[in-house]
Design a protein around this ligand. Structure first.
Ligand SMILES: CC(C)(COP(=O)(O)OP(=O)(O)OC[C@H]1O[C@@H](n2cnc3c(N)ncnc32)[C@H](O)[C@@H]1OP(=O)(O)O)[C@@H](O)C(=O)NCCC(=O)NCCS
Length: 161
């Protein structure tokens, strides 16, 4: 007998990120970042023709949003603007799988180099990026203003697609 209580959650399903996903994405962004983006901010980005986004959802009809990533493309380069996984489902490989899907979509649209900035002390994000093939190409000292008034370095990472 299958005990529903112990069943693993459904595997995530991946799809392009749409403006209609912005309302669900905003609370996930707010869990992950000190300066949250509103649903309107996220919707505006999703409607920008230069922005390519991907979403991971619970793999059942009407399943909730698990994670999303947005990148802005310029010629054959792109920059990851944001990526976040809902706190409850972090550490399950969703971010990694979402990025794999995102790399494929960016590459199919002609992107050859992908860049991002990450805070030096963001261990989870740095682990994700190391695991998905990014390399450090620069450091911006005291780039981020922290909520406690201190400043933190940003690393600039790059990956070929
Ligand atoms: C960064 C983030 C998107 C990772 O998403 P996730 O779905 O939990 O990532 P995954 O489960 O796919 O993990 C990817 C790798 O990172 C590692 N990792 C994840 N969380 C970690 C943590 N807290 N500490 C150390 N390593 C961690 C995993 O072990 C995994 O490595 P592995 O494949 O070798 O096991 C998520 O932590 C998040 O939303 N953070 C807040 C927002 C943020 O910081 N975004 C990035 C800004 S640059």
């Amino acid at each position: 007998m299958r005990l529903p209580f112990f069943s693993p959650p459904p595997a995530p399903a991946f799809a392009p990120f749409h403006a209609a996903d912005a309302r669900e994405a905003a609370p996930i962004h707010a869990e992950g970042f000190a300066i949250p983006w509103s649903a309107v901010d996220i919707e505006r980005l999703a409607l920008d023709p230069a922005v390519i986004g991907d979403a991971a959802r619970e793999g059942r009809p009407g399943g909730r949003l698990f994670a999303f990533v947005l990148s802005r493309k310029a010629a054959d380069e792109a920059e990851i603007l944001t990526i976040a996984t809902a706190r409850k489902v972090q550490g399950r490989g969703i971010g990694r799988a979402l990025l794999a899907r995102h790399f494929a979509r960016l590459a199919a649209s002609g992107v050859r180099s992908l860049f991002l900035e990450v805070e030096d002390a963001n261990a989870a994000a740095r682990a994700l990026y190391a695991r998905t093939g990014f390399e450090e190409v620069g450091r911006r000292a005291a780039y981020y203003a922290k909520p406690d008034g201190t400043r933190a370095d940003a690393l600039v990472l790059r990956r070929s697609l």
